[in-house]
Design a protein around this ligand. Structure first.
Ligand code: GLN
Length: 195
């Protein structure tokens, strides 16, 4: 399995590193031909407004949307979660999301006071807690019926899955704990094996 990491902007390098350490062939995706080469895609944290613009200018917008629609496994973290959501509040009107997972969220929903923080998360299926690193994270306000909530913080979902799509409002690539990447890779392997 080849995993792509969307590398238009933001915190992609650590995802590339973690996936490499887990023994995966990793492709940095900046152009349509690089996307064609991968079986699954990680959308990293960063600035979703900028990433949204770069998705348009690179021509990747439709290519990514088509692959997601066709069931490509995807992991979105923070800004990547925003890009995969159905509805985004507090976004510029020209910012567009893929609607690949049925959740509504608010960009920078934690506000300036608690801008960035760490929280030990109980993740469904994990033994012991997972160190959640939150950086200007989105707040999830609604999850659809088909969405499985795998972890919450302060009553808000922070790790969710629907079909082949997993999203985290925190940065698992920065915690030194690889279990969320491993969980995503297991999911991707299972889905790709069924195709
Ligand atoms: N708040 C940022 C956005 O709107 C996301 C922050 C992050 O990815 N760490 O894109």
């Amino acid at each position: 399995m080849k995993v792509g990491v969307l590398a238009l902007q933001g915190a992609f390098a650590r995802h590339v590193q973690v996936l490499g350490e887990l023994g995966l062939a990793v492709v940095e995706v900046r152009a349509v031909h690089e996307l064609s080469d991968v079986d699954a895609l990680v959308l990293p944290g960063g600035e979703s407004t900028t990433m949204s613009m770069l998705l348009d200018s690179s021509g990747l917008r439709n290519a990514v949307a088509d692959r997601l629609f066709a069931g490509m496994p995807a992991l979105g973290t923070c800004a990547g979660m925003i890009l995969l959501a159905t509805h985004v509040a507090d976004a510029r009107p020209d910012q567009r999301s893929f609607g690949a997972i049925d959740i509504d969220l608010r960009r920078n929903g934690y506000g300036r006071q608690v801008d960035s923080f760490e929280a030990d998360l109980s993740v469904s299926g994990f033994e012991g807690t997972f160190p959640g690193v939150f950086i200007r994270a989105p707040v999830v306000d609604r999850v659809g019926e088909g969405v499985e909530v795998l972890a919450t913080a302060d009553g808000h979902p922070v790790l969710c899955r629907q079909g082949a799509v997993m999203v985290a409002s925190f940065h698992p690539e920065m915690s030194g704990d690889r279990r969320i990447h491993e969980e995503f890779l297991d999911l991707a392997f299972t889905i790709l094996a069924d195709e």
